[in-house]
Design a protein around this ligand. Structure first.
Ligand code: AMP
Length: 273
């Protein structure tokens, strides 16, 4: 596995590849969710490039940019063992300069849900993803459904900027108890983890309700709410694949999204129906 630290090294590496390239962008503190994206990329491409970059522009003032979990030595080992071809770990000054153009998230799609609670977050997400796409020039890029709105916005950006990149949607990986894997789970104490489990429980319970015939969004939301009493909920949303609010569940075109705080940790989870 090649470790590439500068954009120049990456560009030279990329120029010499004629085969199909799969790309998995991450912020590190790798877990099995990231590994599932890597495994899929390995199956579907000749060469797999992973990036680890804690992107400052997607954090708002007061968020956890400084304290975001960093485990670079362990991450390098995980990547080596996973059999990827190259790992791109740039420093911030390799990626950003002062006063530069950036991508603006769409005014509606980028400022609802996560974007409402973290205004400007998706400007940062889209800017870094576009930069990484232009450096890596992947055929396929892998993103988790865990970050549903991010995935939808990246697909939209790829489409409207006519990027010739296939965005691959990957399923959410969970602990056996249901908790969606996240680098931020390392912030949780034992007690908090127990509380956090209510998020995934409320989602599986909602899915069960829907399977038994309940389609009324208002009632489903009320059921979810009951499970989340011990948490500070940012939002419970039931939307279609364009993130538009719906009144009735449409099978194959609905997503239930939850964002909630457990202590100081903000968690998101969702289920695609
Ligand atoms: P992050 O390092 O948190 O920015 O995540 C990098 C990529 O991994 C994103 O596409 C995430 O959606 C994806 N990801 C994070 N957690 C999970 C998970 N539990 N299951 C599947 N994909 C995930």
């Amino acid at each position: 596995m090649q470790i590439l630290k500068s954009t120049e090294e990456l560009q030279i590496y990329r120029k010499n590849i004629q085969k199909k390239v799969g790309f998995v962008p991450t912020m590190g503190a790798l877990h099995n969710g990231h590994l599932s994206l890597i495994d899929r990329a390995k199956k579907e491409n000749d060469i797999v490039i992973v990036s680890i970059f804690v992107n400052p522009t997607q954090f708002l003032p007061g968020e956890d940019f400084e304290s975001y979990p960093k485990k670079i030595e362990a991450d390098i080992e995980i990547c080596k063992r996973s059999g990827i071809d190259a790992l791109f770990i740039p420093a911030i000054n390799q990626i950003y300069s002062k006063d530069e153009p950036k991508v603006c998230a769409p005014k509606v799609l980028g400022y609802t849900l996560e974007g409402y609670h973290r205004p400007g977050h998706f400007d940062g997400v889209l800017s870094i993803v576009l930069k990484l796409f232009n450096l890596v020039k992947p055929h396929n890029a892998y993103f988790g459904k865990k970050d549903a709105q991010q995935l939808i916005l990246i697909k939209k950006m790829t489409k409207v900027f006519f990027l010739d990149i296939n965005i691959v949607e990957c399923e959410i990986v969970r602990e056996a108890n249901g908790l969606a894997l996240s680098s931020r789970n390392t912030y949780l104490s034992k007690e908090e983890k127990k509380k956090a489990l209510n998020i995934s429980k409320s989602l599986t319970n909602a899915a069960k309700l829907i399977r038994s015939g309940q389609k009324d969004v208002k009632l489903i939301k009320q059921e979810i709410q009951k499970h989340l009493k011990s948490l500070e909920v940012d939002y419970i949303a039931i939307v279609d694949r364009d993130l538009k609010e719906i009144d009735q569940i449409i099978s194959g075109n609905s997503i239930i999204l939850i964002a909630a705080r457990v202590g100081k940790t903000r968690l998101i989870d969702n289920i695609w129906l």
